[in-house]
Design a protein. Structure first.
Length: 143
């Protein structure tokens, strides 16, 4: 007599095992908490006659550690990019620039007086206007 496993919310333990073995794609889409929830569900609902092997469990943990390291690396890259933008923006303080503001096609000019980060994006202050780096069209000679 074959045992198919316990059904939990319409998913058998064999399906949980398959989903857990593909945990890397789940982590990339849902994050650490989804992986941990999946792992706990797998352990709670595993078939007692066919438990998860230590090798599979170790493999899943190694995959989780790899994906976690990639996420940390992405965070570090984002921080590095922001620091680079700060450096670029600080080099523009006191410079005359040409720029186009959002929703306008008119080229404007002005002197950058300061920089700040607003919602994770670098903004230059030109007169009363906040200008992002992607709106800058050129650096003009000082008059």
């Amino acid at each position: 007599m074959a045992v198919n496993g316990v059904t939990t919310a319409g998913t058998t333990t064999n399906a949980l095992g398959t989903a857990a073995s593909n945990s890397v794609s789940g982590i990339l889409q849902g994050g650490e908490s989804q992986f941990l929830q999946l792992l706990v569900a797998q352990l709670q609902n595993q078939d007692p006659l066919n438990p998860v092997s230590a090798t599979d469990f170790t493999s899943q943990l190694a995959q989780f550690a790899t994906v976690d390291s990639i996420a940390q690396l992405n965070t570090n890259f984002s921080t590095q990019l922001l620091l680079q933008e700060l450096s670029q923006g600080s080099n523009l303080i006191g410079k005359n620039i040409s720029y186009v503001q959002s929703g306008s096609s008119n080229l404007q000019q002005g002197t950058v007086s300061s920089i700040q980060i607003n919602n994770g994006q670098l903004q230059l202050t030109v007169g009363q206007n906040a200008v992002t780096l992607d709106q800058v069209r050129g650096i003009l000679p000082n008059s």
